[in-house]
Design a protein around this ligand. Structure first.
Ligand SMILES: Nc1ncnc2c1ncn2[C@@H]1O[C@H](COP(=O)(O)OP(=O)(O)OP(=O)(O)O)[C@@H](O)[C@H]1O
Ligand SMILES: [Mg+2]
Length: 140
C-alpha cells in the first residue's frame, strides 16, 4: 500500500497509527535516501508506543534501546541505523541481532537494504521515497 505524506507532521501521524498494528518480534526495515524521513517515521512509531523520551537518530551510536511500558507484551523499541557501517557483521558484533524476533521487542532498522544478509526472513520493509519538497511516498 502507499501513503503520500506532505509534511513531517503527516509522516509522524502516519507512523503513530501504523504502530498500533505492530506485534512483538517484528523487525521493520526502513529504506530510503538521506533525508527521506526514516528517523521521523521511527519517531512517530515511538510516539505511538507511548515512548516519552525524545527519539534521536542512532547514526553514530548505531543502536538505541527505548523502554516501552504501555504496550504489553512489548517492552523495547530497538532503533538501529546501518548508514555508517561497512558490513552487516558490525551490527551483530554489538548484539543487535539478539533483539530480532524477541517477542517483547520491535526492531526498526534504517538503511536496512545495507544489511540484507542479517535481516530475518520475516522482516517487513517500508520504503520512503523523496518526491519533491516535502512530499514523501511511503510504500508499506
Ligand atoms: N513529508 C515528510 N515526511 C518526513 N519528513 C519530512 C517531510 N517533509 C519534509 N521532511 C523533512 O525531511 C527530513 C527527514 O529527516 P530524517 O532524519 O527523518 O531522514 P532520514 O531518512 O532518517 O535521513 P538519514 O538517512 O540521514 O538518516 C526532516 O528534516 C523533515 O523535517
Ligand atoms: Mg535517519
Amino acid at each position: 500500500m502507499t501513503f503520500f505524506s506532505r509534511s513531517e507532521k503527516q509522516t509522524l501521524n502516519f507512523a503513530k497509527k501504523f504502530s498500533k498494528n505492530l506485534t512483538g518480534g517484528l523487525v521493520l526495515g526502513l529504506v530510503g535516501n538521506l533525508g527521506a524521513g526514516k528517523t521521523i517515521f521511527t519517531k512517530g512509531l515511538a510516539l505511538g508506543l507511548g515512548i516519552k523520551k525524545n527519539l534521536t537518530s542512532p547514526t553514530f551510536v548505531l543502536m538505541k534501546i527505548y523502554p516501552v511500558s504501555q504496550h504489553q507484551p512489548i517492552k523495547f523499541l530497538v532503533h538501529l541505523d546501518a548508514y555508517r557501517i561497512k558490513r552487516a557483521s558490525e551490527l551483530t558484533a554489538i548484539g543487535a541481532a539478539e533483539y530480532f524476533n524477541r517477542p517483547d521487542t520491535i526492531t526498526v532498522i534504517e538503511w536496512a537494504d545495507k544489511i540484507k544478509t542479517i535481516l530475518p526472513k520475516k522482516a517487513r520493509l517500508i520504503k520512503i521515497n523523496l518526491q519533491k519538497n516535502n512530499l514523501r511516498k511511503i510504500i508499506f
